[in-house]
Design a protein around this ligand. Structure first.
Ligand SMILES: Nc1ncnc2c1ncn2[C@@H]1O[C@H](COP(=O)(O)OP(=O)(O)OP(=O)(O)O)[C@@H](O)[C@H]1O
Ligand SMILES: [Mg+2]
Length: 287
């Protein structure tokens, strides 16, 4: 299974390690092709039977064309909170399941691998819009903002906890951000996002955040031309010690509609993913 998400500049396929893929950060300024790259990643695994796809899409529009292939897509902060909590509970269950069998890594026969797609990380760690509107309309800013700040901290902490623990449990997080900076990406979360895809960015500091410290001096912001949407550098691939230059496949809404229709029979129901089996499958072989 090699999900191909684009091409390298030497024209070889650009593939992700699968299954058990490390978490992925996609960084790039607005219009650089972040959502397109997330779609290329979703499209690359959508055809696999044992992959459930979940997501958070607070912009409402990006994951909609995929709805038939997704298990769940949260479009509000409160739905996002519930999905993060459900995933965290699932990890506790799956961790125990692995520990009971003396195993370190999820396997296909235990249940689906999960691709968890979060478009625009900053929205998730920001204030929820309902609280902002309520604060603006009522003038009761202090209490409302205190609660909103608390909720945002809980969300960030949950995501951090997922980022640390989920890979071994068969969950790969893919998240995009317009602001690949130390302020927006919690350091603990960033270190867990081992594969970094950098689209066009604005500064050397952003290159350092995306690809790793020092690359801002070695790679130019001009290395990805403005008109080359989906043009990228990718770091953290197991077989490539240095960042690789490439381009994500172009995936438009028509293609997604066709791909979602062709693969919807592979979509996992929410219950099948999150309902925790009381009688888990036996392990047939322990290496
Ligand atoms: N790999 C690609 N090849 C060609 N065109 C692309 C590619 N990826 C994206 N595009 C085009 O570039 C435009 C912007 O892409 P996209 O919406 O993915 O950017 P974005 O970084 O998510 O922007 P935003 O910050 O506004 O969410 C779209 O019109 C899309 O069709
Ligand atoms: Mg986008």
């Amino acid at each position: 299974m090699t999900p191909v998400i684009g091409r390298r500049f030497d024209n070889r396929p650009l593939a992700l390690p699968w299954p058990g893929c490390p978490h992925i950060l996609v960084g790039g300024e607005t219009g650089s092709g972040k959502s397109g790259t997330l779609n290329a990643i979703i499209a690359a695994v959508a055809g696999y039977r044992n992959v459930a796809i979940c997501g958070i899409d607070l912009k409402l529009v990006e994951q909609w064309p995929w709805r038939d292939r997704f298990t769940v897509s949260a479009t509000t902060t409160s739905e996002a909170d519930r999905l993060l909590a459900a995933l965290r509970t699932l990890i506790a269950y799956r961790s125990q399941f692995l520990q009971d069998r003396g195993l370190r890594m999820w396997r296909s026969e235990f249940g689906p691998w999960i691709l968890f797609v979060v478009d625009e990380l900053a929205e998730l760690s920001g204030f929820d819009p309902d609280s902002l509107v309520r604060a603006a309309l009522t003038g009761e800013t202090r209490d409302i903002m205190r609660d909103a700040r608390g909720a945002s901290q809980v969300r960030t902490a949950l995501l951090g906890s997922l980022a640390r623990l989920s890979r071994a449990c068969g969950i790969t997080i893919v998240t995009a951000t317009q602001y690949p900076s130390h302020e927006v990406i919690d350091q603990q979360i960033r270190t867990q996002l081992a594969i970094r895809i950098m689209l066009r960015v604005a500064s050397g500091e952003q290159i350092d955040v995306c690809l790793g410290r020092g690359y801002g001096k070695r790679i130019s912001v001009k290395s990805i031309p403005v008109n080359q949407r989906g043009g990228l550098w990718i770091a953290g691939l197991p077989d490539d010690p240095e960042p690789v230059r490439g381009r994500a496949h172009f995936v438009d809404d028509d293609y997604i509609a066709r791909r979602a229709a062709a693969t919807k029979h592979l979509a996992w129901s929410y219950d099948d993913v999150f309902q925790l089996a009381t009688d888990p499958p036996a392990v047939h072989s322990i290496p």
